[in-house]
Design a protein around this ligand. Sequence first.
Ligand SMILES: *Cc1c(COP(=O)(O)O)cnc(C)c1O
Length: 377
Amino acid sequence: MIPFNIPPYTGREDAYVLEAIHSHKICGDGAFTKKCHEWLQARTGAARAFLTTSGTHALDMAALLCRLEPGDEVILPSFTFSSTANAFVLAGATPVFVDIRPDTMNIDEKRIEDAITDRTRVICVMHYAGVACEMDAIMDIARRHGLLVVEDAAQAVMSTYKGRPLGNVGDYGCYSFHETKNYSMGEGGAILLREDDPRAEIIREKGTNRARLLRGQVDKYTWEDLGSSYLPSELNAAYLYGQLEMAEEINAARLHSWQLYRQGLAPLHEAGAIDWQTIPDGCVHNGHMFYIKARNIAQRTALIAHLRANGVQAVFHYVPLHSATAGLRFGRFHGEDKYTTAESERLLRLPMYYGLADSDVERVVDLIAAFYREARR
Ligand SMILES: *Cc1c(COP(=O)(O)O)cnc(C)c1O
């Protein structure tokens, strides 16, 4: 059996978690959390980085930092995870979905401007598969219309756009360290701030100025703003730090597997049997995902069954948010759904994880080739 995902594990986590236990400092913001913050800031150039309890909570924090009011609108793609939209709905805003580009499955930057109204406050992009959205065009639109930009960079740790680390291009960047992501702490995430905002640590600490108390800047702490409990335990931070220290190795291993799929499936791509993702100029990705596109949903369903029958777990991805129950209730789609639904129905993700064996990639490639040989007959 070749599973779709195995959570990353380097072997360093054990010692670090034990060290955290024996430090008798197991709540948040201890030594390992600090090391993770420093790593994230050094790696991305963000003014501030904070670990959070999930990628979802990083998005929730970003939405609170945007100071949204009821009736405000946020432009985002429909082909994304529920958390991207939920964060803004919880903050009182209305998600306005626009179409994606078929080549990257990212928000189509050319569809954004037409969706802007006098209630629009935020553009929220999501870098699918760790491949960057067209950030120059998007930041330009945001600047001209006075909008904030939130990056859902849950899949994009270690990816860059024209040399700039994703997560630190927009105003706020959100990472996920869920076990399905490139680096993991079980459940966890981080928010990056391109410019420092003292509200961030208050929102993260239940709306209090506790962080200032811990630094000795005040002698008691009080309720100052909206907030919740967004800081993870030291045990989780210690686990993550073991992986961040090995980020280059993990990234290189994933890219190696990605290239192997690419080479193996190139004949099928050249023959027009499958489509795959485009990596635009200026985008350096992180091997988060390898996907192909079948001709249609029926062919994809048959291919999933063929792979499963041969011990390979391949999975499809998002049901577009605008067509889901909550999407219909809370948001609206602006413009034509030319690609979101049609392309999402063709997309199939292949096994991809740190430690995936070359021989397993080759086996998956061979099974897909056999499927299409059979389909041609
Ligand atoms: C994984 C993911 C999230 C949520 O992250 P969690 O850490 O699971 O809360 C949000 N958005 C996208 C695009 C994701 O892939």
